[in-house]
Design a protein. Structure first.
Length: 300
């Protein structure tokens, strides 16, 4: 923008200015009072409060480590998984079948024992269907009574009269247990009787019939914890059940023992008498036990 002044007034104004001012204006010196002062202070890059700093001035945060992906079964062979699942179902079904058989055996045994206890109680001839209650009237002179159950002392005395070398017999509560080694009875890993095993069972049956006539006898199969060598047996319970059945068949077909006083139990490896840590312990746990009860069969 230009300021226009008449020449007369302009000349008067110029002549009124000091010469130093005129010289400074003409030469542009630094002491020119009309010149704007310039600042030389450093520029502060720090933002005021409440204003975000530029991205390149922020401190860099290290990246988080990469987490490996979790394992996936997508690449697993589906056929192998199906085979494993099918095998598990088969084993579960076998166990359920064995449990069902054991329950039936126990139920049958309990029923037989209950019937025997009822039959052994004294009854009145006039009222044979009425059992005498404790504290009730004594039977009349013509009443018929049955012999009482043998006491544990009598059972223990009968054990001392057994003549069976190599067979361990002991009193277990109110029952007598006779341990017969499976290695003396059966071929290895099978339920087939050895010739010496048949002779041993015949001798055992004679002694049992002599000392415990008509007593109920449980035939219990046991085995150690070693893996089965014969693939025809699906489990230790199957093998011990087959061995107990072999002894049952031998007693009922070739000795004087009767079916009505015998029953079978298969324990597998669930009830060892000693530790399976040694060969001698495993040999003893492979056994067939004859469990003789105090109750007697009502069969003649």
């Amino acid at each position: 923008m230009f300021l226009y002044l008449p020449s007369t007034r302009l000349s008067r104004s110029i002549r009124a200015l000091p010469c130093g001012v005129l010289l400074g204006v003409a030469m542009g010196c630094t002491q020119n009072p009309f010149r704007m002062a310039t600042s030389t202070a450093p520029i502060n890059l720090t933002p005021p409060p409440g204003v975000a700093a530029p991205a390149h001035t922020l401190q860099q945060i290290p990246a988080m480590p990469t987490v490996p992906p979790s394992p996936s079964y997508a690449n697993t062979d589906s056929r192998q998984l199906e085979t494993t699942l099918a095998r598990s179902h088969q084993e579960s079904q076998l166990l359920q079948d064995e449990i069902a058989v054991l329950r039936e055996q126990l139920a049958s045994t309990s029923s037989q024992l209950a019937q025997t206890r009822t039959a052994n109680l004294p009854t009145s001839r006039a009222h044979p269907d009425r059992e005498l209650q404790p504290g009730g009237p004594a039977p009349s002179a013509g009443a018929v009574s049955r012999p009482s159950l043998p006491s544990p002392t009598a059972m223990q005395a009968a054990i001392t009269q057994l003549s069976l070398p190599g067979i361990e017999s002991r009193l277990d509560g109110n029952v007598v247990r006779m341990e017969i080694s499976s290695d003396r009875l059966f071929e290895s890993g099978s339920a087939s009787l050895l010739p010496g095993g048949a002779a041993l069972l015949s001798q055992t049956a004679e002694e049992v019939e002599r000392l415990f006539p008509r007593h109920f006898i449980g035939i219990e199969g046991h085995i150690d914890t070693e893996p089965l060598q014969n693939a025809s047996w699906g489990s230790p319970h199957q093998l011990t059940a087959a061995r107990a059945a072999t002894v049952f068949d031998f007693f009922t077909s070739r000795t004087s023992l009767r079916q009505g006083q015998l029953f079978l139990v298969a324990h597998g490896s669930n009830h060892p008498v000693v530790s399976n840590a040694t060969a001698a312990g495993r040999a003893r746990n492979r056994r067939v036990e004859l469990v003789i009860y105090a109750e007697q069969s009502a069969l003649p």
